[in-house]
Design a protein around this ligand. Structure first.
Ligand SMILES: [Zn+2]
Length: 472
């Protein structure tokens, strides 16, 4: 499937400072080089749990960690069947991890620069140096006659490193046979090589502080632009103003900008009753820390009533958004102000639909709310660097491999994330599981409907086009 970037690719690298830079020139004055990524390119920093998880996936397969301590890691979510993320280090994609929902397993998919960080002790092949050029530059397969060694754990379909006897990695690929089969082969393909263009990768230990220094001017520029936007928008639209706050990083960055432009505005929080406890904590922490009023909707019971009648919300029947967010917010605004201006942390890199959204808009579902996004053009990495620079209290869920904050059982979440939530948040999940099982029994649905989460997609009706442009 062809997908284009939702904006330009911002990720560059300074090979002097050895840090990511979100522009063509580093703070040190050096021109940067662009890091080639898979679109849409909503890059974000890897947190410690991300790194631990990636290392575990690589260690299980290759016997060693991919990411050494003290290196900056950036992740880039790639469109795939479920969840797949590119791993960027040293200014290059060094690999990826991919989740297979049917088998419920993660796969380590290294790229050749991964070998600058790790020497696999499992799942590699060693080939005759005579084959180096054709394998490395032409992407030729590893054939039986050119094979010197195949490590014993290699099975058909495995990702493998292709090495030459001096220990250098010349390529990566997927095994077409097992190590056992390969031993007795005199001809035929052992590994199908992954064609890759040569890339620059410069490993170095760095911190996010170093990255902040390299990006200081860029952050100041986007901050000034966003502050100007807030001031202009308030001047031309003299309405009671607030910040739509969800407990997520984008609304936090928006809040920081709005406070600098306009001082203290109230937070508008759509309480779906389905938030993680960490999200409720973050809303309270942020309100206390900055001394802000929280205006929240009360919706908790409504969801469960509709759930009993309509069944669980699904990707193609997302009634939850309008029931839990849009209607209560609309009612609250009408009652409190009649009409208002809300600053919302919506970004075009989030989705194709949002790329086309204007920076100031009115949703047809909530005509009494004029919405404006100061951070429309930011990537997740802009948002994070800005939050780091401002030392703002962000939601801890992000440090636990949950990269989108919303209702804990959101049907739009990938299966990899839902699996993680069932494991790490058993209390939240139990209530949901009980409700699903009740509905299942009442409607004579099969067990897999719950076990394999078939409830997430109905597939039997036209897609309900809930307006998702607010409050995520
Ligand atoms: Zn630099």
């Amino acid at each position: 499937m062809y997908r284009s970037f939702l904006g330009k690719n911002h990720l560059h690298w300074c090979d002097v400072c050895k840090t990511p830079v979100l522009g063509k020139k580093c703070g040190c004055g050096t021109p940067t080089r662009e890091v080639v990524l898979t679109p849409p390119g909503d890059i974000r920093p890897a947190f410690e749990d991300d790194i631990t998880h990636i290392n575990q996936v690589y260690r299980e397969h290759f016997g060693v960690d991919l990411i050494p301590e003290g290196h900056l890691v950036i992740l880039n979510k790639v469109p795939d069947i479920d969840r797949m993320e590119e791993i960027i280090m040293g200014g290059a994609v060094v690999g990826a991890i991919r989740f297979y929902p049917d088998e419920e397993r993660w796969e380590a998919m290294p790229r050749p620069p991964a070998a600058l960080y790790m020497s696999p002790s499992m799942r590699y092949v060693v080939v005759d140096p005579g084959a180096e050029t054709s394998i490395q530059t032409k992407g030729a397969s590893v054939l039986a006659p050119g094979l010197i060694t195949i490590e014993e754990h290699v099975e058909d379909g495995d990702q493998v490193f292709i090495m030459i006897p001096d220990g250098r990695c010349i390529a990566v690929g997927r095994a077409k046979v097992s190590a056992k089969e390969a031993q007795s082969m005199e001809r035929g393909t052992i590994v199908r090589t992954r064609k890759t263009k040569p890339v620059i990768c410069v490993p170095a230990k760095r911190t996010w502080e170093d990255a902040l220094a390299a990006n200081e001017q860029i952050l100041t520029n986007i901050e000034e632009e966003a502050i100007d936007f807030v001031k202009r928008t308030m001047e031309t639209n003299p309405l009671p103003a607030n910040v739509s706050y969800s407990g997520g990083k984008d609304s936090l960055a928006t809040l920081l900008i709005v406070m600098k432009a306009a001082g203290k505005l109230p937070l508008l929080f759509a309480d779906t009753g389905l938030e993680f406890k960490e999200t409720y904590e973050n809303v309270q922490t942020v309100a206390d820390y900055y001394g802000l009023e929280v205006i929240r909707t009360e919706t908790a019971s409504r969801f469960w009533e509709v759930m009993e009648e309509e069944g669980p919300p699904a990707v193609d029947a997302r009634w939850c958004c309008s029931v839990c967010k849009l209607h209560p917010i609309k009612a609250l605004i009408e009652e409190r102000w009649g009409e208002c201006l809300s600053f919302i942390g919506q970004r075009k890199y989030e989705s194709f639909k949002r790329m086309k959204s204007p920076r100031v808009w009115r949703s047809h579902n909530i005509p009494c709310q004029l919405s404006a996004s100061p951070i429309q053009h930011w990537t997740a990495l802009h948002v994070w660097l800005y939050i780091f620079r401002e030392n703002a209290p962000y939601n801890v869920l992000y440090t636990r491999r949950i990269d989108r904050i919303g209702c804990f059982m959101c049907p739009s979440s990938d299966w990899a994330t839902l699996r993680l939530i069932t494991r790490d948040y058993p209390d939240e999940w139990k209530r949901w599981d009980d409700a699903l099982n009740q509905y299942k029994e009442k409607h004579n649905l099969p067990d897999v409907w719950v076990e394999k989460a078939l409830w997430r997609v109905r597939g039997d009706e036209e897609e309900v086009n809930d307006d998702e442009s607010s409050y995520t």
